[in-house]
Design a protein. Structure first.
Length: 244
């Protein structure tokens, strides 16, 4: 079994236990997921280069007994069914993982295990990025930082305070200079991780299945809403200053 398979197997097992312990597995509980519009997802920030605004990502949202959970993905769609069905679904693509991740976030939020499962709005991403900079300074001083996933507010703020390298999957970003830093492709990951002291990785790595490349490496902060439940269940460090 690969590290990736092990991670998702363990994640599913831990989530299944929570669902079973709370007698939620067999109940006919409806989970709905849908792709939110840009304004619903992130409001109206002045900055217009967030991936979700450019149409590169959608935000899947699951609702469970009034609690909401989200997941960023490039494969959004709708689903209605039980938690049993969610747990039994093979994780073959980003849609399957987004469905699981958003469902986990909603259920764990409902059970009071996590908070901040709804993306922040308007100018809050800028504030969150500034708070991440301060957190890293408190924890590590002035380390070399690897940013995994292009998030423009994070990139701008981190680049102003630390030596920074950034890795992204979007071909439209790779090779471009953003806030004075050249965006590198996924193939540079190993070299970038060797170079850095600290990793700041988008929580959506749990949706696109690249998370295992980072969670056993250097100290890492998984930022945002997507990774809320996965970080809680797998004992990983999460950073989300202003999520709802």
């Amino acid at each position: 079994m690969s590290m990736q398979e092990e991670f998702y197997s363990e994640l599913l097992e831990r989530f299944r236990k929570i669902v079973e312990d709370n007698n939620l597995l067999e109940q006919e509980i409806i989970i709905t997921g849908r792709a939110l519009s840009t304004e619903e997802a992130i409001g109206k920030p002045k900055r217009q280069d967030f991936p979700i605004i450019k149409g590169k990502e959608k935000l899947m949202q699951a609702e469970f007994k009034g609690a909401k959970g989200q997941a960023f993905t490039d494969m959004a769609g709708n689903f209605k069914g039980t938690l049993q069905q969610v747990l039994n679904m093979p994780l073959t693509n980003n849609f399957d993982r987004a469905l699981l991740v958003s469902s986990m976030n909603a259920v764990c939020r409902y059970l009071g295990l996590i908070d901040r499962t709804v993306h922040c709005h308007d100018e809050q991403p800028e504030q969150c990025a500034a708070e991440l900079v301060e957190q890293i300074k408190r924890d590590f001083g002035t380390p070399r930082v690897a940013l995994i996933g292009y998030q423009p507010a994070m990139l701008e703020k981190l680049a102003a305070s630390f030596q920074l390298r950034v890795v992204d999957l979007d071909p439209d970003n790779i090779g471009k200079i953003k806030s004075g830093v050249q965006v590198e492709g996924y193939e540079a990951t190993d070299e970038v991780l060797e170079w850095c002291d600290v990793i700041a990785a988008t929580g959506s790595t749990v949706v696109n299945s690249t998370i295992t490349a980072y969670c056993k490496q250097k100290p890492v902060y998984f930022f945002g809403t997507s990774g809320a439940a996965a970080c809680h269940l797998m004992g990983l460090q999460r950073f989300c200053a202003l999520g709802g």
